[in-house]
Each structure stands twice: as C-alpha cells, then as structure tokens.
Write a protein that binds this ligand. Structure first.
Ligand code: NAD
Length: 368
C-alpha cells in the first residue's frame, strides 16, 4: 500500500509559521509511529498571486483533487486588500472548497481544562466540553436563487432564497451520523421547521436517513433559536449538531467562542468519498493570517496542529493517534505553556510559536 498523501498549503501571514510546527509533528508520526505521509507543499492566496498572478494555480487545484487530504494555513493580508475581487487571496480558498465540493463543514468546540477560564461562561459549564457542529456548506440561503436587490414601487427590496434539495440534506445528515458513530453517538439536528418549509423538509429527510441507515445513533431535533439558547445554557448536552449553512454559520461561531481563543480552533471541510473510500477533505484553522503578529514568532500553532489531528481522525482513520496528539496539546497547556494570545494569568512568560511546537513534539515522545 502506498503512503497516505497530504498537500500542505501554508498560505500567507502566520500561515507558514504555524504550518512549520505542523511539519515537525507530521515528521514525528513518520519517524516514531511508522505513519509516513507523502507530503507535497504548494502556494495559495497572496503567495500564489505573487508568483502566478492567481490565488490558486490550476496545477495546485489539480493536486488538491488527487491527494487524500489538504492542510491549509491561512490566506490574506493588507498587501492584497486592493486587488480585484477575482484574484483576492480568499478566492483561492473558495475555489478549493467549491471545486472539491466540500459540503460538510466540521467545527469542533472543545475546551481544554487548562483554558476553561478563557471562556466568558462559568468554568463548570465549559470545562471538558467536546462538541462538533456540522454545517452544510455549499447550498442554502447563501447560494439560492433568486437573489439580489430590486426596485419595487418606490423602494428597494433585498432578496435571498433558502433552497435545499433532499439529496443535499441527506448527504450532510449522513456525514453527521458517521461522525457521531466515531464520537458520542448522538446527533441533534437544528432548523426552523416551525416557520420555514425548508426546515420541515430538513427535519423529514434527517429523520428518514436516520431510520433507514443510522437507527443505532441517538437523534433529536431542536429549533435553531432554542439551540442557540441551549448552547449557552448547557453545551455539554450535545455531541454532534447538524444544521444548514446559515444557522451553522452563526451557531458554529458561537460554540467556538465558548472555548476562548481563536488560536485554538481547528476545522475540517469534507466532500464525497473518493475511490479509496476517503472523503475529499480540507483541514484548516478557523483563524486568518493575523498580519498584526506575522513574522514575530507570536502565533499560536495549536489551531493548525488540531486541524492535523482532525485529518488523522477523519481522513486517515487514525483515531488513536489523533487522541495522542490532542492529549499532547492538553499536556503542554496543563504544564502552563502559553503563547501570547493565551495569556491571562499573572507572571506567565509567553512561549514562541516554535517553542510551543517543540513542546508538543516532546509531549508526543513522552506519550510512547
Ligand atoms: P485573524 O483571524 O487573522 O486575526 C484576528 C485576531 O486574532 C488578530 O488580532 C490576530 O493576531 C489574532 N490571531 C489569529 N490567529 C491567531 C493565532 N494563531 N495565534 C495568535 N493570535 C491569533 O482575522 P482578521 O484580522 O480579521 O483577518 C486578517 C486577514 O486574514 C485578512 O486578510 C482576512 O481576509 C484573512 N482571513 C483569512 C481566513 C482564512 O484563511 N481562512 C479567515 C479569516 C480571515
């Protein structure tokens, strides 16, 4: 069997800095766990524009379609703010998501005990929290037609359309149920079936898929507004939440901030399975290129490291090794190591990006 393949796209700003730490970890798994990846690296975003005049070269797109998983740092920066919309760094990322048809966006909200004080909620509400929001990413109100701003009588009217087909709902529901089986085996589906026809269809289709294929998974339904309240009140009641593009956009940001810093948040976007059974997959931290701290060794690499842990779990079926990596992160945080974004306690001196990466590698080695 050939090695699993990984395309690394560091991107701009702090992207290359945090990705350098992930490379150390990828190498560690090759050397110590016999888990060797065929790694290739390429440009995306502003760095690709500088070299090729486009934020994603066709060859890079082609490579992304071929590999088992893509790991991306971040794109963008003030240098590119005045470029034409069609070649802005973000277009590179959007093209990847669109052409790989990544319809299922996974955003975990996980709270490491050592960082529970960073949440705006009470410590006992968030300590040990581990939930996953699955957001439909390629349809719904952000894409539905008709859309636009039209003149009607003597005023303007803004129009967007919420539209979902059964197959679009079914595939993201399957993705959530599959995920739940690898976690706590519970799915809560959120919509507004009380006021939206698309919500009624959503609830019907999720229920049908559940009954036909995933009856072993516990399923509940909740209106999205009630879900928002419950996420603040007692988030630990959830395991996997599945919802549409619009509600998912809002609920995943809210859930993510339950846990504190942007420098800690990973994500995955998955598509349909390829011939080898692995889903098309893009893993990336939630944060951007942080131009305010780029090049200063201040970036927290953990969001990117945890994105690689998600790749281990969801693309490479290496759940035990993903646990090992997450536990290594937990260990360095419990030991008191903090990058500058995680400071809060008195008298703590921040570590640099590479010191944090080295500490995670050392914790991995200590786990053997
Ligand atoms: P940002 O996420 O880059 O930064 C927001 C704040 O969080 C900044 O103060 C930054 O220093 C801090 N921060 C972010 N990641 C951090 C980390 N790993 N460690 C420590 N601190 C961290 O968002 P922004 O400032 O709104 O955007 C900056 C650029 O990034 C823009 O060009 C934007 O378009 C782009 N962006 C890209 C993505 C992406 O690549 N997926 C996402 C969001 C923004």
């Amino acid at each position: 069997m050939s090695n699993p393949s990984l395309l690394i796209l560091p991107g701009d700003g702090i992207g290359p800095e945090v990705m350098a730490e992930v490379r150390k970890i990828v190498d560690w798994f090759g050397a110590k766990r016999d888990l060797v990846f065929d790694v290739s690296e390429d440009l995306v975003g502003g760095s690709a524009y500088d070299k090729h005049g486009t934020p994603l070269h066709d060859d890079t797109m082609e490579k992304a379609q071929q590999v088992d998983a893509v790991l991306l740092g971040a794109v963008g920066g003030p240098k590119y703010d005045n470029l034409d919309f069609s070649v802005k760094p973000e277009r590179g990322l959007l093209r990847l998501r669109k052409e790989m048809d990544l319809f299922s966006n996974l955003r975990p909200a996980q709270c490491f005990d050592a960082l529970a004080d960073f949440s705006s909620l009470k410590k006992d509400v968030v300590a040990g929290l581990d939930i996953m929001i699955v957001r439909e990413l390629t349809s719904g109100i952000y894409f539905g037609e008709p859309r636009g701003i039209i003149e009607e009588g003597n005023e303007r009217v803004g129009i967007n359309t919420q539209r979902y087909t059964e197959s679009e709902i079914a595939r993201v529901a399957r993705s959530a149920f599959e995920l739940a089986r690898k976690r706590g085996n519970k799915v809560c589906s959120m919509e507004k079936a009380n006021v939206m026809e698309s919500g009624i269809l959503w609830r019907d289709v999720v229920t049908e898929v559940h009954q036909a294929e995933y009856a072993d998974v516990e399923l509940s339904h909740m209106y999205a507004d009630a879900g928002a309240m419950q996420l603040c009140r007692w988030p630990k009641q959830f395991d996997v939440i599945v919802t549409d593009n619009l509600f998912g956009d809002i609920l995943s940001d809210m859930a993510a901030m339950l846990t504190g810093s942007l420098g800690m948040l990973p994500s995955a976007s998955l598509g349909v399975p390829m011939a080898n059974g692995r889903p098309k997959a893009l893993y990336e931290p939630v944060h951007g290129s942080a131009p305010d701290i780029a090049g200063q060794g201040k970036a927290n690499p953990i969001a990117c490291v945890l994105s690689f842990a998600m790749a281990l779990r969801y693309s490479f079926d290496q759940g035990t090794e993903a646990d090992r990596l997450e536990q290594a992160v937990e260990k360095v945080l419990a030991d008191g190591l903090r990058t500058a974004d995680l400071l809060g306690e008195e008298g703590v001196t921040p570590v640099s990006t590479s010191e944090m990466g080295d500490a995670i590698v050392a914790a991995l080695t200590a786990s053997l």
